[in-house]
Design a protein around this ligand. Structure first.
Ligand code: RIB
Length: 287
């Protein structure tokens, strides 16, 4: 393995439609034209990391269909290693995304091929030279749990973006170097931010949207600010941009606060353009 960062997670085709407002149950609203973009939390994280210069490979699965080709092209053109992206018998995962005028999104995911990312894919991994493994949760939970266990045994730092939120074994939480959650997820897990460490991870980061992020370590909480952006176009994939940029900087040896400061900037820039992967800045754009 020549990459220093491994990302394990989903790859989806994002079918995005702009709507004036979301429909209530039983209601129909008309939206704009559907745009098909490469997405998925794992693929997004890997692309965000590669754009800012990380040497990164993705562990994932796509179908042998047009959406799978779209994802492979996006990953490869961004410089993400795809040797560990397998082709499944199932169709590529699809995310149905509505975006409202304030840039907010809501998403339904059909996992498809992502459900095939398996324990044996983890057993086939080599962690030679790998500094950081970063996971998210649109692939089977047992696969993520196994990957975190194997990586931590191999002395690799482990990062988990707990999105969407799920019940993790206590042992897995104890093996985490960094747990990333948003404010709502943090509130579900603990009564205060410092309490997240009682669950087991060595550190935690709470992403705070336009306010930046809070880094929680045993020594205390450090809030890192975001940068102001002129216009919020689309927040889709901003959390993945944060996780990718953070992981990229950790793999390069930054400490957690420095890496989080950088990642907050990347996430802020990502909301100024439409879509997830197409919105991620390069290192030169981050400055
Ligand atoms: O986090 C954003 C991502 O969530 C989208 O790209 C979509 O594919 C869903 O996985």
């Amino acid at each position: 393995m020549t990459q220093t960062l491994l990302v394990l997670g989903s790859a989806n085709a994002d079918l995005v439609v702009e709507v004036g407002r979301r429909p209530a149950g039983g209601e129909t609203v008309l939206g704009g034209d559907t745009v098909v973009l490469p997405g998925g939390k794992g693929a997004n994280t890997a692309v965000a990391a590669a754009r800012v210069g990380a040497s990164v490979a993705l562990v994932s699965a796509v179908g042998g269909d047009g959406y799978g080709s779209l994802l492979r092209e996006s990953l490869e053109s961004s410089g993400v290693g795809t040797a560990l992206v397998k082709t499944s018998e199932r169709p590529t995962g699809i995310a149905y995304i509505t975006v409202t005028p304030d840039g907010e999104n809501s998403i339904v995911v059909s996992p498809g091929a992502n459900a095939d990312v398996s324990l044996s894919d983890v057993d086939a991994l080599s962690f030679d030279g790998v500094q950081v493994l970063t996971c998210s949760l649109e692939v089977p939970l047992e696969t993520v749990v196994h990957a975190i266990g194997v990586a931590s045994e191999a002395g690799v730092r482990t990062v988990l973006n707990l999105s969407p939120v799920a019940d993790l074994p206590a042992e897995t939480l104890r093996r985490l170097s960094v747990l990333i959650v948003n404010e709502h997820e943090a509130a579900q897990l603990a009564s205060d931010w410092q309490g997240l460490l009682d669950l087991g991870p060595a550190s935690a980061i709470i992403t705070l949207g336009s306010r930046g992020a809070a880094v929680v370590e045993k020594s205390g909480v450090v809030e890192v600010p975001s940068i102001e952006v002129d216009e919020v176009v689309d927040t889709t994939g901003a959390g993945d941009a944060f996780a990718g940029a953070l992981s990229a900087r950790l793999a390069e040896g930054d400490d957690l606060v420095r890496a989080a400061r950088y990642a907050a900037k990347v996430a802020a820039l990502s909301v100024t353009k439409a879509g997830a992967q197409p919105s991620y800045p390069t290192a030169a754009e981050v400055g």
